[in-house]
Design a binder for this molecule. Structure first.
Ligand SMILES: Cc1cc2nc3c(=O)[nH]c(=O)nc-3n(C[C@H](O)[C@H](O)[C@H](O)COP(=O)(O)O)c2cc1C
Length: 225
């Protein structure tokens, strides 16, 4: 795909075919994505690729734990609830997704079902768990590096007909992911990315999230025009 088409057509995928993804294809995607820039070329990332039984166990335990009322237990610092303009954008994408899925505002059961899909990483056949070397904490620069890798993974997958969604919900209970994936304590779990072939009929997969016009966030300095 042409680069611009790739970027403009990519969107988060939240409904997947169960078909397994060949390891060679995942290797290829990671190979492209690792061309991402990183601070001083430190390449501080690790990618743990889960499928089959271990991923099923993560899903089951995530579901059980979150349904049991447990709080999130992430290893990276988070900001708490979004407010103001960030909250507005968060609500806007939720409205679009719920409208596509036919979930009514007051339908608590279906809303809960949607949240639980997130904890199951949308039942994707593969989960890429991204971690970094703990000795680089406190993060910030290393988080930036992993962001660059993440976008590369999403684009390289999309270019091959595969969908992704960066999925904070999937590592909400990081201790479960750590245990099931055998992630050493020397690494910090940053996020995970669900990966698989998009389910064509899944309504939320058609949703395109809005972006702000440039004049809301771009500031040109020293230009003549
Ligand atoms: C760090 C990060 C965490 C995310 N976590 C979730 C998540 O837990 N559940 C979800 O449905 N989408 C999640 N997303 C996807 C965003 O909602 C999505 O990227 C955004 O709405 C823009 O839509 P697009 O990717 O389709 O362009 C996450 C994205 C990022 C970058």
């Amino acid at each position: 795909m042409e680069f611009e088409d790739l970027v403009r057509t990519r969107r988060s995928v939240r409904g997947y075919k169960p078909d397994p993804i060949p390891r060679a294809l995942i290797e290829e995607i990671i190979d492209v994505a690792k061309g991402a820039p990183s601070s001083m070329n430190t390449q501080p990332w690790h990618v743990h690729v889960l499928t089959g039984k271990p991923l099923e166990r993560v899903r089951e335990r995530n579901t059980e734990t979150m349904l049991g009322g447990a709080k999130a237990n992430r290893e990276i610092l988070t900001h708490g609830e979004y407010e103001g303009v960030h909250r507005q954008r968060q609500v806007a994408i939720a409205i679009k997704l719920f409208a596509a899925m036919g979930i009514e505002r007051g339908d608590k059961v279906m809303r809960q079902d949607w949240v639980m899909r997130g904890f199951r990483q949308f039942d994707a056949p593969v989960s890429l768990v991204l971690t970094y070397d703990r000795e680089l904490d406190p993060g910030a620069v290393v988080h930036f590096d992993l962001g660059a890798l993440s976008y590369g993974l999403c684009l390289a997958a999309w270019d091959r007909g595969l969908g992704t969604v960066v999925n904070g919900q999937g590592i909400m209970r990081s201790e479960i992911v750590r245990e099931e994936a055998g992630i050493p304590e020397s690494e910090v779990i940053m996020t995970c990315i669900a990966l698989g072939y998009p389910e064509d009929d899944f309504p939320a997969n058609t949703v395109k999230a809005d972006r702000e016009p440039n004049d809301r966030f771009v500031h040109f300095v020293g230009f003549e025009d």
